[in-house]
Design a protein around this ligand. Sequence first.
Ligand SMILES: *[C@@H]1O[C@H](CO)[C@@H](O)[C@H](O)[C@H]1NC(C)=O
Ligand SMILES: *[C@@H]1O[C@H](CO)[C@@H](O)[C@H](O)[C@H]1NC(C)=O
Ligand SMILES: *[C@@H]1O[C@H](CO)[C@@H](O)[C@H](O)[C@H]1NC(C)=O
Ligand SMILES: *[C@@H]1O[C@H](CO)[C@@H](O)[C@H](O)[C@H]1NC(C)=O
Ligand SMILES: *[C@@H]1O[C@H](CO)[C@@H](O)[C@H](O)[C@H]1NC(C)=O
Ligand SMILES: *[C@@H]1O[C@H](CO)[C@@H](O)[C@H](O)[C@H]1NC(C)=O
Length: 380
Amino acid sequence: MHERSCHIFLNRVALLLLLALCNAIKVNGEESNGQCFHKLTLDPRPHSVSILEFGAVGDGKTLNTIAFQNAIFYLKSFADKGGAQLYVPPGRWLTESFNLTSHLTLFLEKGAVILGSQDPSHWDIVEPLPSYGRGIELPGGRYRSLVNGYMLRDVIITDSSDNVCIEDCNISMGHDAIALKSGWDEYGIAYGRPTTNVHVRRVHLQSSSGSSLAFGSEMSGGISNVQVEQVHLYNSLSGIEFRTARGRGGYIKEIIVSDVDLLNMNTAFSAIGDYGFHPDDKFDPHAFPVLEKITLQNIVGTNITVAGNFTGIQESPFTSICLSNISLSINAASSTSWVCSYVSGFSDSVFPEPCPDLENSTTSSSCFFLLKPNGKAAVL
Ligand SMILES: *[C@@H]1O[C@H](CO)[C@@H](O)[C@H](O)[C@H]1NC(C)=O
Ligand SMILES: *[C@@H]1O[C@H](CO)[C@@H](O)[C@H](O)[C@H]1NC(C)=O
Ligand SMILES: *[C@@H]1O[C@H](CO)[C@@H](O)[C@H](O)[C@H]1NC(C)=O
Ligand SMILES: *[C@@H]1O[C@H](CO)[C@@H](O)[C@H](O)[C@H]1NC(C)=O
Ligand SMILES: *[C@@H]1O[C@H](CO)[C@@H](O)[C@H](O)[C@H]1NC(C)=O
Ligand SMILES: *[C@@H]1O[C@H](CO)[C@@H](O)[C@H](O)[C@H]1NC(C)=O
């Protein structure tokens, strides 16, 4: 088996770009629906350059921002000629933020690690995204992410020519390791761009003060049709978290997360209906989000304090949450394993036993599944 190499350590930034990446990956001219097609080979890019040609030094100390920016500026000129690849050889490549461009493959060789600069002065504050209206950390702006891309088309970050989607990565962050989002309150509703057809697999995620894998809370454009499998989540405040709030509108639905191994978490799963805050006071308090058709299955967890915290919204309860074949070992710090309100769902072979709201015991046919291989969602 060939060795995997996508290996990204990010310290303070959100992977907003992943949305853009997974929305529109093309394989041989066909929309791939974000699925990880293993046997297919991507059309190789007709042009490839190494970051070394732009003077980058992979010693973990030299700041390579200019090299990344220049390389990508150069590769932009190939956008209408089949695109181009930026090859990053093994090394520790320290950089500030850089922008991706469309029709680009960022190829990280095995042993190539992109390191975000730890110096806050290297992180400029930029205009908010149109679907956000304002910054999250700061009113009026936001910190740039390490690798930026928005509304890109046909961008691939990969470790080998036969894999697309987010896979075979180790991501370790202060805040959320992978966060799927789609816009904030009235701005996100107006903008109306969903995040859909995302496939994440074989990743190791860690987030000391956040969630290994988060959905929302900015989800006003909708998040659907996401498949996550074979993931290891560890040393995080929470494992898998669905977040939303009144005023968001939108939806999080048709999500399946399976074959997960959780280690050292305060909370294994949560779905929170009053998460975060609002961009301004113009949001519509009656814009209730929908959270439904979420399947979590084949999960083992060790050293977990709270198994699940499902706190829905009274006017728009969370529904069709399916928990199947889950076994968590709860640590002594725990006073309560499950917290549930305004939620309903099914469960089958779950330990510890979930709250009655999720105990509508069932065959797995009540759960949500993705129909393969085209990734079209369906409830069976
Ligand atoms: C990710 O980390 C795990 C354990 O920490 C390691 O076994 C694996 O090789 C790493 N994967 C990559 C792609 O670096
Ligand atoms: C990156 O993109 C942002 C937003 O489009 C722009 O303001 C910024 O100047 C770009 N940076 C570079 C180095 O091109
Ligand atoms: C259990 O997890 C907590 C973090 O939630 C961590 O602080 C603690 O060291 C872990 N215990 C063991 C025995 O690994
Ligand atoms: C239950 O989940 C475990 C992994 O968490 C897996 O090894 C096992 O095969 C699953 N059982 C069934 C019946 O799917
Ligand atoms: C569950 O989530 C709610 C909302 O975030 C929070 O207020 C509460 O403390 C959580 N409960 C536990 C036991 O973690
Ligand atoms: C159990 O699920 C079925 C099918 O979705 C639903 O009709 C029924 O009301 C549920 N029962 C409870 C107690 O939630």
